[in-house]
Design a protein around this ligand. Structure first.
Ligand SMILES: [Zn+2]
Length: 483
């Protein structure tokens, strides 16, 4: 492959072309045969698995249990909660035929599973002693997508959906916030995204929810990405599906339910929050390979460095460092270095005859932020400890870089010209009247919309940035163009 075929479009030239170049050239995905479908290749799937394992551990550690519900849902289930069916109708896949015959009742392919899980909750819950019921499902869902984009908007995607039932609104609200915490920890800690937790405005709520919470991350083009959402349903789904319990007093009560999800779109967030003109930059916590070793040398020297590379890899693997030896004979060391750089490997090690003679390997980091960029010789004997420390530092550095980037591209604005300038390149923190028609006007003029009311925002009141009416929500909102 020629060198130019491996390079990617610069982000500054065309961010969206950059993204496409990266996802295909780094072999994260391929296009599926059906419009909007995505084949996740092993390198991309490993990133998802690492995010998934981290989130799954948090879900289980807090008393939730995994279960699995059917993909096909009777159409009538979807119709029981009025807002829910209205919200999802444009995205639904409906199965009308099976076994060569028309079905008596059409089936929908789950776009989400509130309805079928609600039906089962109604069956399983009878007494206050059955509560809380804390379920989670790892599954695929289908939603028809008009403007597909790999990882970000695909017709079929993978996710987890938590579904819980509680006796009181207070307990269900606490659960909603607990799930938001999982997402914030995975996004900020593991994926090194500088996400902001907040609440959605009523217009942006999940179909059928009373309150929707979100974490929003900033991508390298200044746009926002919703990376996880958690919904407090109140008694809406309980009423629609008859999820009731007998209280200690003997009266029948409606449960309060929640649902919350994080999907493969998070992989898109990792790509867009950290990548640069050379390609992917992966946080060590989600990097399929944290360290790649490239042995260098021909003939006997090549045999010696290849053997040493294998031994070094074994030592690193024993220390829990995901390591790969690139011993492809048909390509040059230079090609390998560029290739792994494009594929975002945090640390690369060169091991040549001279390094071996001095008992060292030459280390390069994928990215140097606010520190001297250099190749460093590291002693082979202490490589596991040194690299573990380097990977830890790299993870923190990426998180800091993402936080700094968000800070630099977020503006507190009070006037409309300031607002339009801010959302052209990043986020605007602005007061808003809370009218949906005003949100619509902002969206029509700038393509930006309210991403969230940040949980941490300070109390503030004043005129709406667009229409001048008194502000709602008691604090500033984040407005941005979004994925
Ligand atoms: Zn307004």
């Amino acid at each position: 492959m020629a060198r130019d075929e491996r390079s990617v479009t610069p982000q500054s030239e065309d961010f969206s072309a950059w993204y496409n170049d990266v996802v295909f050239r780094a072999e994260l995905v391929d296009r599926g045969p059906v419009r909007g479908s995505m084949v996740i290749r092993p390198y991309g799937y490993r990133i998802w698995e690492l995010l998934q394992a981290d989130l799954d551990a948090r879900i289980k550690a807090t008393g939730h249990q995994n279960a699995y519900f059917p993909l096909l849902i009777p159409q009538s289930y979807m119709q029981r909660e009025a807002e829910h069916v209205e919200g999802f109708a444009p995205e639904l896949f409906t199965v009308t035929h099976a076994g060569g015959k028309e079905l008596e009742e059409p089936l929908v392919i789950r776009p989400t599973s509130e309805t079928i899980i609600g039906e089962m909750m109604a069956k399983w819950i009878s007494s206050h002693r059955d509560l809380p019921l804390l379920l989670n499902q790892w599954a695929n869902v289908l939603r028809w997508e008009m403007r597909p984009r790999m990882f970000l908007r695909t017709t079929e995607f993978l996710w987890q959906e938590g579904h819980t039932a509680h006796a009181t609104a207070a307990e269900a609200t606490a659960e909603t916030m607990l799930a938001l915490d999982f997402y914030q920890e995975v996004a900020a800690g593991t994926a090194a995204l500088a996400t902001v937790p907040g609440e959605k405005t009523p217009r942006e709520r999940f179909a059928g929810a009373e309150r929707t919470f979100t974490i929003e991350g900033m991508m390298r083009d200044g746009r926002a990405l919703q990376a996880g959402t958690s919904h407090f349903m109140g008694t809406n789904f309980a009423a629609a599906f008859g999820i009731t319990y007998t209280a200690e007093s003997g009266t029948a009560e409606l449960c309060h339910t929640t649902s919350w999800g994080m999907s493969t779109r998070m992989v898109g967030g990792v790509i867009m929050a950290h990548g640069d003109d050379k390609g992917l930059v992966l946080p060590p916590a989600v990097a399929p390979y944290q360290v790649v070793i490239v042995p260098i040398g021909r003939g006997d020297q090549g045999v010696a460095t290849a053997t040493a590379a294998t031994e070094l890899a074994a030592a690193l693997l024993r220390a829990g460092i995901r390591t790969h030896v690139d011993d492809r004979p048909q390509v040059s060391p230079g090609f390998k270095f560029n290739d792994w750089e494009m594929r975002g490997v945090p640390i690369r090690l060169e091991l040549g005859p001279r390094d071996l003679a001095s008992g060292t390997a030459l280390m390069s980091r994928r990215l140097d932020y606010q520190q001297a960029a250099a190749k460093t010789a590291i002693p082979l004997g202490s490589a596991p400890d040194l690299l573990a420390a380097e990977l830890h530092a790299f993870q923190l550095m990426l998180a800091q870089r993402a936080a700094d980037y968000r800070e630099e591209h977020t503006s507190v604005v009070d006037t409309w010209p300031e607002f339009t300038a801010a959302v052209a390149t990043g986020w605007a923190l602005a007061l808003h009247c809370g009218d949906e028609s005003c949100e619509d006007e902002i969206k029509a003029e700038t393509t930006a919309d309210p991403r969230c009311i940040p949980l941490a925002g300070a109390a503030e009141r004043g005129p709406c940035v667009k229409c001048g009416k008194p502000s709602a929500y008691g604090k500033r909102l984040i407005f941005a163009r979004a994925y």
